[in-house]
Design a protein around this ligand. Structure first.
Ligand code: PBG
Length: 329
Protein backbone atom coordinates (compact mmCIF):
# COMPACT_ATOMS: atom_id res chain seq x y z
CA UNK A 1 0.00 0.00 0.00
CA UNK A 2 1.23 3.45 -0.91
CA UNK A 3 1.26 5.82 2.08
CA UNK A 4 -0.81 8.92 1.31
CA UNK A 5 -0.23 12.10 3.28
CA UNK A 6 2.59 13.24 5.49
CA UNK A 7 2.80 15.08 8.79
CA UNK A 8 2.08 17.89 9.57
CA UNK A 9 -0.48 18.36 6.76
CA UNK A 10 -1.95 14.99 7.61
CA UNK A 11 -2.73 14.20 11.24
CA UNK A 12 -4.46 10.85 11.80
CA UNK A 13 -5.42 11.97 15.30
CA UNK A 14 -7.81 14.58 13.85
CA UNK A 15 -10.43 11.94 13.07
CA UNK A 16 -10.03 10.48 16.54
CA UNK A 17 -10.64 13.76 18.33
CA UNK A 18 -14.27 13.28 19.27
CA UNK A 19 -16.59 10.38 19.88
CA UNK A 20 -18.89 11.28 16.96
CA UNK A 21 -15.96 11.43 14.59
CA UNK A 22 -14.58 8.11 15.77
CA UNK A 23 -18.03 6.61 15.21
CA UNK A 24 -18.10 7.92 11.65
CA UNK A 25 -14.84 6.28 10.68
CA UNK A 26 -15.13 3.03 12.62
CA UNK A 27 -14.50 0.08 10.29
CA UNK A 28 -16.19 -2.78 12.15
CA UNK A 29 -19.16 -3.28 14.39
CA UNK A 30 -20.21 -5.92 16.87
CA UNK A 31 -23.85 -6.65 17.59
CA UNK A 32 -25.92 -9.40 19.16
CA UNK A 33 -26.39 -10.74 15.63
CA UNK A 34 -22.76 -11.84 15.68
CA UNK A 35 -23.06 -14.07 18.72
CA UNK A 36 -23.62 -17.77 19.28
CA UNK A 37 -24.31 -18.74 22.89
CA UNK A 38 -22.99 -22.14 24.09
CA UNK A 39 -25.11 -23.64 26.88
CA UNK A 40 -24.19 -26.68 28.99
CA UNK A 41 -27.03 -28.96 29.97
CA UNK A 42 -27.21 -31.67 32.63
CA UNK A 43 -29.66 -34.14 34.08
CA UNK A 44 -31.81 -33.54 37.13
CA UNK A 45 -34.31 -30.85 38.10
CA UNK A 46 -34.06 -27.23 39.07
CA UNK A 47 -30.26 -27.12 39.11
CA UNK A 48 -27.93 -24.35 37.98
CA UNK A 49 -24.53 -25.82 38.69
CA UNK A 50 -21.39 -23.68 38.41
CA UNK A 51 -18.58 -24.98 36.18
CA UNK A 52 -15.58 -24.66 38.51
CA UNK A 53 -13.05 -23.68 35.88
CA UNK A 54 -15.41 -21.21 34.14
CA UNK A 55 -16.63 -18.54 36.57
CA UNK A 56 -20.08 -17.32 35.53
CA UNK A 57 -20.83 -20.39 33.38
CA UNK A 58 -23.28 -23.06 34.56
CA UNK A 59 -24.71 -26.45 33.72
CA UNK A 60 -28.48 -26.15 33.55
CA UNK A 61 -31.18 -28.77 33.93
CA UNK A 62 -33.73 -28.88 31.15
CA UNK A 63 -36.47 -27.16 33.14
CA UNK A 64 -34.34 -24.01 32.88
CA UNK A 65 -33.81 -24.22 29.15
CA UNK A 66 -36.96 -22.43 27.99
CA UNK A 67 -36.19 -19.37 30.09
CA UNK A 68 -32.66 -19.25 28.69
CA UNK A 69 -33.96 -19.55 25.14
CA UNK A 70 -36.44 -16.73 25.73
CA UNK A 71 -33.61 -14.60 27.05
CA UNK A 72 -31.46 -15.33 23.99
CA UNK A 73 -34.34 -14.42 21.65
CA UNK A 74 -35.04 -11.21 23.51
CA UNK A 75 -31.38 -10.27 23.22
CA UNK A 76 -31.41 -11.01 19.46
CA UNK A 77 -28.80 -13.74 19.76
CA UNK A 78 -29.35 -15.75 16.54
CA UNK A 79 -28.23 -19.17 17.74
CA UNK A 80 -27.68 -21.37 20.80
CA UNK A 81 -25.15 -24.23 20.87
CA UNK A 82 -26.12 -27.13 23.14
CA UNK A 83 -23.46 -29.15 24.99
CA UNK A 84 -24.36 -32.07 27.23
CA UNK A 85 -22.70 -33.01 30.49
CA UNK A 86 -23.41 -36.73 30.50
CA UNK A 87 -23.43 -38.63 33.80
CA UNK A 88 -20.52 -41.10 34.07
CA UNK A 89 -22.99 -44.00 34.33
CA UNK A 90 -24.16 -43.33 30.75
CA UNK A 91 -20.70 -43.23 29.20
CA UNK A 92 -19.07 -46.24 27.58
CA UNK A 93 -16.25 -47.14 25.21
CA UNK A 94 -18.21 -46.44 22.03
CA UNK A 95 -20.25 -43.51 23.28
CA UNK A 96 -23.56 -45.18 22.45
CA UNK A 97 -25.51 -42.62 24.49
CA UNK A 98 -24.91 -40.27 21.53
CA UNK A 99 -27.47 -42.33 19.61
CA UNK A 100 -30.07 -42.52 22.36
CA UNK A 101 -33.29 -40.78 21.23
CA UNK A 102 -33.84 -39.68 24.79
CA UNK A 103 -30.41 -38.31 25.57
CA UNK A 104 -30.01 -34.82 27.00
CA UNK A 105 -29.41 -33.10 23.69
CA UNK A 106 -32.43 -34.75 22.04
CA UNK A 107 -34.67 -33.81 24.94
CA UNK A 108 -33.43 -30.23 24.88
CA UNK A 109 -33.94 -29.96 21.10
CA UNK A 110 -37.52 -31.21 21.34
CA UNK A 111 -38.31 -28.94 24.25
CA UNK A 112 -36.96 -25.82 22.58
CA UNK A 113 -38.35 -26.56 19.12
CA UNK A 114 -41.82 -27.17 20.54
CA UNK A 115 -41.98 -23.61 21.79
CA UNK A 116 -39.62 -21.51 19.69
CA UNK A 117 -38.92 -21.15 16.03
CA UNK A 118 -37.13 -17.83 15.86
CA UNK A 119 -33.76 -19.02 17.10
CA UNK A 120 -31.20 -21.37 15.58
CA UNK A 121 -30.08 -24.48 17.42
CA UNK A 122 -26.68 -25.94 16.83
CA UNK A 123 -25.32 -29.24 18.17
CA UNK A 124 -21.85 -30.70 18.29
CA UNK A 125 -21.33 -33.91 16.39
CA UNK A 126 -18.57 -35.85 18.17
CA UNK A 127 -18.49 -38.60 20.77
CA UNK A 128 -16.38 -37.05 23.54
CA UNK A 129 -19.25 -36.18 25.89
CA UNK A 130 -20.29 -39.84 25.77
CA UNK A 131 -17.08 -41.91 25.79
CA UNK A 132 -15.27 -43.27 28.86
CA UNK A 133 -11.92 -42.35 27.28
CA UNK A 134 -12.91 -38.79 26.38
CA UNK A 135 -11.98 -39.08 22.71
CA UNK A 136 -14.21 -37.84 19.90
CA UNK A 137 -14.47 -41.20 18.18
CA UNK A 138 -14.11 -44.95 18.31
CA UNK A 139 -10.80 -46.26 19.64
CA UNK A 140 -9.13 -49.17 17.92
CA UNK A 141 -5.77 -50.13 19.42
CA UNK A 142 -5.61 -46.72 21.07
CA UNK A 143 -6.11 -44.92 17.78
CA UNK A 144 -9.29 -43.06 16.87
CA UNK A 145 -10.53 -44.99 13.85
CA UNK A 146 -11.67 -42.55 11.19
CA UNK A 147 -14.14 -44.58 9.16
CA UNK A 148 -15.69 -46.46 12.08
CA UNK A 149 -16.23 -43.11 13.78
CA UNK A 150 -17.87 -41.50 10.75
CA UNK A 151 -20.50 -44.25 10.64
CA UNK A 152 -21.63 -43.28 14.12
CA UNK A 153 -21.33 -39.54 13.51
CA UNK A 154 -23.68 -39.89 10.55
CA UNK A 155 -26.25 -41.54 12.82
CA UNK A 156 -25.73 -38.89 15.49
CA UNK A 157 -26.27 -36.15 12.88
CA UNK A 158 -29.47 -37.74 11.57
CA UNK A 159 -30.83 -38.13 15.08
CA UNK A 160 -30.13 -34.49 15.89
CA UNK A 161 -31.73 -33.36 12.63
CA UNK A 162 -34.83 -35.46 13.39
CA UNK A 163 -35.08 -33.84 16.82
CA UNK A 164 -35.10 -30.38 15.25
CA UNK A 165 -31.46 -29.34 15.19
CA UNK A 166 -30.95 -26.55 12.62
CA UNK A 167 -27.18 -26.61 12.38
CA UNK A 168 -25.20 -29.83 12.56
CA UNK A 169 -21.71 -29.01 13.79
CA UNK A 170 -19.15 -31.81 13.50
CA UNK A 171 -16.26 -30.94 15.81
CA UNK A 172 -14.51 -34.30 15.63
CA UNK A 173 -11.95 -33.62 12.85
CA UNK A 174 -12.40 -36.99 11.11
CA UNK A 175 -11.60 -36.93 7.39
CA UNK A 176 -14.55 -37.12 5.04
CA UNK A 177 -17.33 -36.82 7.58
CA UNK A 178 -18.93 -33.73 6.07
CA UNK A 179 -19.62 -35.50 2.77
CA UNK A 180 -21.08 -38.57 4.47
CA UNK A 181 -23.26 -36.48 6.78
CA UNK A 182 -24.49 -34.30 3.88
CA UNK A 183 -25.37 -37.39 1.86
CA UNK A 184 -27.32 -38.93 4.74
CA UNK A 185 -29.16 -35.71 5.54
CA UNK A 186 -30.21 -35.25 1.91
CA UNK A 187 -31.34 -38.84 1.59
CA UNK A 188 -33.50 -38.58 4.69
CA UNK A 189 -35.38 -35.40 3.93
CA UNK A 190 -33.09 -32.88 5.62
CA UNK A 191 -31.91 -31.01 2.54
CA UNK A 192 -32.12 -27.69 4.36
CA UNK A 193 -30.38 -28.70 7.55
CA UNK A 194 -27.19 -26.69 7.61
CA UNK A 195 -23.71 -28.01 8.36
CA UNK A 196 -21.22 -25.94 10.27
CA UNK A 197 -17.92 -27.72 9.92
CA UNK A 198 -15.27 -27.30 12.56
CA UNK A 199 -12.93 -27.60 9.59
CA UNK A 200 -10.02 -26.03 11.38
CA UNK A 201 -9.78 -27.23 14.92
CA UNK A 202 -6.39 -27.21 16.54
CA UNK A 203 -5.05 -29.63 19.16
CA UNK A 204 -5.11 -26.79 21.65
CA UNK A 205 -4.50 -26.48 25.36
CA UNK A 206 -7.29 -23.92 25.57
CA UNK A 207 -10.08 -26.54 25.75
CA UNK A 208 -9.36 -27.62 29.35
CA UNK A 209 -12.29 -25.85 31.06
CA UNK A 210 -14.75 -27.18 28.45
CA UNK A 211 -13.60 -30.73 29.13
CA UNK A 212 -14.23 -30.01 32.79
CA UNK A 213 -17.72 -28.74 31.91
CA UNK A 214 -18.72 -31.85 29.94
CA UNK A 215 -16.89 -34.19 32.33
CA UNK A 216 -14.26 -35.57 29.98
CA UNK A 217 -11.20 -33.84 31.49
CA UNK A 218 -10.20 -36.61 33.89
CA UNK A 219 -11.08 -39.37 31.45
CA UNK A 220 -8.76 -38.22 28.69
CA UNK A 221 -5.41 -39.94 29.14
CA UNK A 222 -3.67 -38.55 26.06
CA UNK A 223 -3.98 -35.60 23.69
CA UNK A 224 -5.99 -35.34 20.47
CA UNK A 225 -3.03 -34.61 18.20
CA UNK A 226 -3.64 -37.49 15.82
CA UNK A 227 -6.91 -35.92 14.66
CA UNK A 228 -6.94 -32.23 15.61
CA UNK A 229 -4.60 -29.89 13.72
CA UNK A 230 -1.00 -29.12 14.60
CA UNK A 231 -0.86 -25.67 16.20
CA UNK A 232 2.10 -24.66 14.04
CA UNK A 233 0.26 -25.10 10.72
CA UNK A 234 -1.71 -22.64 8.63
CA UNK A 235 -1.51 -23.79 5.00
CA UNK A 236 -3.01 -27.09 6.04
CA UNK A 237 -6.07 -25.14 7.23
CA UNK A 238 -6.78 -24.16 3.62
CA UNK A 239 -6.85 -27.81 2.59
CA UNK A 240 -9.20 -28.69 5.44
CA UNK A 241 -11.55 -25.90 4.44
CA UNK A 242 -11.40 -26.66 0.71
CA UNK A 243 -12.25 -30.30 1.29
CA UNK A 244 -15.13 -29.58 3.67
CA UNK A 245 -16.60 -27.02 1.29
CA UNK A 246 -16.48 -29.45 -1.58
CA UNK A 247 -18.20 -32.01 0.65
CA UNK A 248 -21.05 -29.58 1.31
CA UNK A 249 -20.28 -27.52 4.42
CA UNK A 250 -22.38 -24.33 4.68
CA UNK A 251 -20.01 -22.53 6.99
CA UNK A 252 -16.67 -23.08 8.62
CA UNK A 253 -15.46 -22.80 12.19
CA UNK A 254 -11.98 -21.84 13.32
CA UNK A 255 -11.16 -22.95 16.83
CA UNK A 256 -9.73 -21.71 19.19
CA UNK A 257 -10.28 -18.04 18.40
CA UNK A 258 -7.87 -15.38 19.59
CA UNK A 259 -4.65 -17.36 19.16
CA UNK A 260 -5.74 -18.13 15.56
CA UNK A 261 -6.92 -14.78 14.17
CA UNK A 262 -4.45 -15.18 11.32
CA UNK A 263 -6.25 -18.35 10.26
CA UNK A 264 -9.64 -16.63 10.21
CA UNK A 265 -8.21 -13.94 7.96
CA UNK A 266 -6.46 -16.46 5.72
CA UNK A 267 -9.65 -18.45 5.13
CA UNK A 268 -11.80 -15.36 4.62
CA UNK A 269 -9.42 -14.01 1.99
CA UNK A 270 -9.07 -17.29 0.16
CA UNK A 271 -12.65 -18.53 0.13
CA UNK A 272 -15.01 -15.53 0.71
CA UNK A 273 -17.31 -17.74 2.76
CA UNK A 274 -18.94 -17.32 6.19
CA UNK A 275 -16.26 -18.09 8.76
CA UNK A 276 -17.14 -18.42 12.42
CA UNK A 277 -14.74 -18.19 15.33
CA UNK A 278 -14.96 -20.10 18.59
CA UNK A 279 -13.71 -18.13 21.56
CA UNK A 280 -13.14 -21.30 23.53
CA UNK A 281 -13.43 -22.07 27.21
CA UNK A 282 -9.78 -21.35 28.04
CA UNK A 283 -9.95 -17.95 26.38
CA UNK A 284 -13.14 -17.20 28.27
CA UNK A 285 -11.71 -18.23 31.64
CA UNK A 286 -8.49 -16.31 31.06
CA UNK A 287 -10.34 -13.05 30.47
CA UNK A 288 -13.03 -13.72 33.09
CA UNK A 289 -10.49 -14.52 35.81
CA UNK A 290 -8.49 -11.42 34.93
CA UNK A 291 -11.65 -9.32 35.32
CA UNK A 292 -12.48 -10.97 38.64
CA UNK A 293 -8.91 -10.32 39.85
CA UNK A 294 -9.20 -6.74 38.60
CA UNK A 295 -6.18 -7.29 36.33
CA UNK A 296 -8.37 -6.31 33.37
CA UNK A 297 -11.59 -4.34 33.14
CA UNK A 298 -14.91 -5.28 31.49
CA UNK A 299 -13.98 -3.59 28.19
CA UNK A 300 -11.53 -6.42 27.48
CA UNK A 301 -14.51 -8.65 26.60
CA UNK A 302 -15.72 -6.31 23.88
CA UNK A 303 -12.18 -5.85 22.60
CA UNK A 304 -11.58 -9.60 22.40
CA UNK A 305 -14.80 -10.06 20.41
CA UNK A 306 -14.07 -7.15 18.08
CA UNK A 307 -10.79 -8.80 17.14
CA UNK A 308 -12.80 -11.57 15.47
CA UNK A 309 -14.84 -9.10 13.43
CA UNK A 310 -11.68 -7.32 12.34
CA UNK A 311 -10.12 -10.62 11.29
CA UNK A 312 -13.17 -11.38 9.13
CA UNK A 313 -15.40 -13.63 11.23
CA UNK A 314 -19.13 -13.48 10.56
CA UNK A 315 -20.04 -14.73 14.02
CA UNK A 316 -18.40 -15.82 17.26
CA UNK A 317 -19.26 -18.65 19.59
CA UNK A 318 -18.63 -17.14 23.01
CA UNK A 319 -19.48 -17.85 26.64
CA UNK A 320 -19.72 -14.06 26.99
CA UNK A 321 -22.74 -13.98 24.62
CA UNK A 322 -25.28 -13.43 27.39
CA UNK A 323 -23.46 -10.69 29.30
CA UNK A 324 -22.04 -8.80 26.31
CA UNK A 325 -25.35 -8.70 24.42
CA UNK A 326 -26.80 -6.67 27.29
CA UNK A 327 -24.21 -4.00 26.55
CA UNK A 328 -24.52 -4.10 22.77
CA UNK A 329 -27.64 -2.05 22.41
C1 PBG B 1 -15.15 -31.76 21.44
C2 PBG B 1 -15.27 -30.31 21.66
C3 PBG B 1 -14.35 -29.57 22.40
C4 PBG B 1 -14.83 -28.26 22.41
C5 PBG B 1 -16.04 -28.22 21.70
N1 PBG B 1 -16.29 -29.52 21.22
C6 PBG B 1 -13.15 -29.97 23.15
C7 PBG B 1 -12.18 -30.91 22.60
O1 PBG B 1 -11.97 -31.00 21.39
O2 PBG B 1 -11.58 -31.59 23.41
C8 PBG B 1 -14.12 -27.14 23.09
C9 PBG B 1 -14.87 -25.90 23.33
C10 PBG B 1 -14.27 -25.02 24.34
O3 PBG B 1 -13.13 -25.22 24.82
O4 PBG B 1 -14.95 -24.05 24.69
N2 PBG B 1 -15.75 -32.30 20.35
Amino acid sequence: MKIIGTYPKTRLRRNRKSDWSRRLVSENALSSNDLIWPIFIREGRNIKEPVKTMPGVYRYTLDKIEKLTEKAIKKRIPMIALFPSTPASKKNKNGTEALNKNNLVCKALKLIKKNFNEIGLMCDVALDPYTTHGHDGILKKNYVDNDATIKILVKQSLLQAEMGCDVIAPSDMMDGRIGEIRKALDKNGFKNTQILSYAVKYASSFYGPFRDAVGSLNLLKSDKKNYQMDISNSKEALREVAMDLSEGADFIMVKPGMPYLDIIRLIKENFKIPVFAYQVSGEYSMIKNAIINKTLNQDSVYESLMSFKRAGASAVVTYFADEISTKLK
